[in-house]
Design a binder for this molecule. Structure first.
Ligand SMILES: O=P(O)(O)OC[C@H]1O[C@H](OP(=O)(O)OP(=O)(O)O)[C@H](O)[C@@H]1O
Ligand SMILES: Nc1ncnc2[nH]cnc12
Length: 185
């Protein structure tokens, strides 16, 4: 996991994210980013740090993950003037799709992408709100690979290091970046 944010930025953003225990299931500590969105200073800081990291890097598209990843991904796509592509849960995309099944921290799901949304050889920057087991971002990377393209990096606001998702992604050759780590899941 790449982290180069100063501890003060990390601590500030971390302090603006609410934790709700036992939601959606007993034993889950839900890291709730709605409180980050409600605070314009914290949301601007989140976006600014991501813009600084990616504005000088070479890539073709931003891939945003359904649903909370859409918020960060679409904001970055607008600011960095990149095409935005959507990775959606099953049955939401109207065109011809390719799909992959994946595991979540609390369940299973199918991720889909429009089959013609990425060109072979392109580099995609993936954006989601949170890395838990890494299953969602790995599934997105599999769809990118099926299209003959590759992932530049998987970026998120939050990493849950105890669930080892970033390690899984790194082992699969996908660099990761997160603004803050929440220990204790
Ligand atoms: O690293 P993982 O174990 O794959 O978990 C992380 C994913 O789980 C959550 O999505 P969720 O499917 O709950 O959807 P939502 O964004 O629609 O709430 C979160 O927004 C990430 O996409
Ligand atoms: N612990 C968690 N908090 C918020 N979103 C999540 N998605 C998967 N695990 C999560």
């Amino acid at each position: 996991m790449h982290t180069n944010e100063s501890s003060s930025v990390q601590e500030y953003l971390q302090s603006q994210i609410r934790t709700i225990p036992d939601w959606p299931h007993k034993g889950i500590l839900f890291r709730d980013i709605t409180t980050l969105f409600e605070n314009p200073e914290a949301w601007r800081k989140t976006v600014d740090v991501m813009v600084q990291r990616y504005e000088k890097q070479a890539f073709d598209r931003i891939g945003a993950l359904d649903a909370r990843g859409f918020l960060l991904g679409s904001t970055l796509a607008y600011i960095l003037n990149k095409p935005l592509i959507l990775f959606r849960k099953k049955g939401k995309l109207p065109g011809k799709t390719i799909s992959v099944e994946y595991d979540l921290e609390y369940g299973k799901a199918i991720l889909e992408m429009h089959e013609d949304t990425i060109l072979p050889g392109e580099k995609v920057l993936l954006m989601d709100d949170l890395i838990a087991t890494g299953g969602t971002l790995l599934a997105a990377d599999q769809l990118i690979q099926k299209a003959g393209a590759s992932t530049l990096e998987a970026a998120a606001i939050i990493n849950l290091p105890d669930l080892k998702g970033a390690d899984r992604l790194n082992a699969a050759g996908i660099p990761t970046y997160a603004l803050c780590n929440f220990e204790g899941e």
